[in-house]
Design a protein around this ligand. Structure first.
Ligand code: GTP
Ligand code: MG
Length: 275
């Protein structure tokens, strides 16, 4: 059995990963005004993993205080409350910098609104432990609850992403249920002022692929909850599609500048990225 397989087996055979703290991998949940759904999401993540961190992004719905109370009763949970709303990417960066200071090597990001499958956290972590040099990307499996316009919209984003990375194998550009190598993602984010809002998920995958971080795609269901089920979305079609269009414009321009290097790498087959 290879060392990677032994590490993978060690993670998956841990009887209760929610009781045994990981020193390398943590769950990071950015949260903005999701109401009570965030408590359910955090409890579901804690049932699967230790540690779980939440960055409350200037929420005004009282969940900052509620989550801090939860954390006071649970050593496996830590909560940061940002004083003002900064955007999803900025909230992730806040947690990422803290994770790096504390020596964690990987973070699994997941949304706070109950759309992502907490029960797959151990499988995603195991995939990352087995291949720490990669990013483990959720590939969404939609059910009938998914609005057609969102499903079709992401096909466009995925087509751009494939072009911008010369087909590096990113299965889905938008799904935020992922495991990232901390150092590589922090370097990418510190390198430019973008990726602080909804442009985070797509741009993170593209820029990491440009740096040679290979994607590993793992199927993961995504749910669209109705309002009466506690579903909350802050995605605004006009504002956020404009943001995503501007993001792909920037990435395409940079792609053209990087094209000779990307082609050269493709030809000489660079060794894989090491975290
Ligand atoms: N929209 C938004 N989300 C934030 C912000 N800061 C943190 N988040 C979190 O980022 C995650 C994604 O936000 P959503 O509004 O659900 O966006 P989405 O999942 O891409 O869109 P839907 O598919 O419509 O739900 C959630 O966990 C939010 O709580 C912010 O400033 N704005
Ligand atoms: Mg959502």
């Amino acid at each position: 059995m290879s060392a990677a397989h032994e590490r993978c087996a060690a993670v998956s055979s841990a009887a209760t990963p929610s009781q045994t703290p990981s020193a390398t991998h943590l769950v990071l949940i950015p949260s903005y005004n999701t109401g009570a759904k965030v408590y359910e999401t955090v409890a579901a993540a804690r049932a699967q993993w230790y540690p779980v961190w939440v960055v409350v992004d200037g929420s005004t719905d009282g969940t900052g205080a509620g989550l801090q109370r939860m954390a006071a009763a649970d050593v496996g949970l830590r909560v940061w409350v940002l004083p003002a709303n900064q955007g999803k990417g900025a909230a992730v960066l806040h947690g990422l910098e803290e994770a790096q200071r504390q020596g964690f090597t990987h973070v699994l990001t997941m949304d706070s609104d109950g759309q992502h499958p907490a029960d797959l956290i151990p499988a995603f972590m195991a995939a990352s432990v087995a291949r720490p040099e990669t990013m483990v990307l959720g590939r969404p499996v939609f059910d009938a609850s998914a609005p057609l316009i969102r499903v079709r919209g992401r096909r466009i984003s995925n087509a751009w992403t494939n072009l911008e990375t010369l087909g590096a194998g990113i299965g889905d550009s938008l799904y935020g249920f992922r495991v990232y190598p901390v150092a590589a993602l922090a370097r990418v984010m510190h390198g430019q002022p973008w990726m602080r809002r909804f442009d985070f998920d797509t741009e993170a995958a593209v820029r990491l692929a440009w740096r040679g971080v290979k994607p590993v795609n793992v199927d993961a269901p995504v749910k669209y909850l109705r309002a009466d089920e506690g579903g909350v979305s802050h995605f605004r079609y006009g504002r956020d599609n404009a943001l995503l269009t501007w993001m792909h414009t920037r990435l395409m321009l940079e792609f053209l500048l990087r094209l000779p290097l990307l082609l050269w790498r493709r030809l000489v087959r660079r060794p894989p990225f090491q975290p």
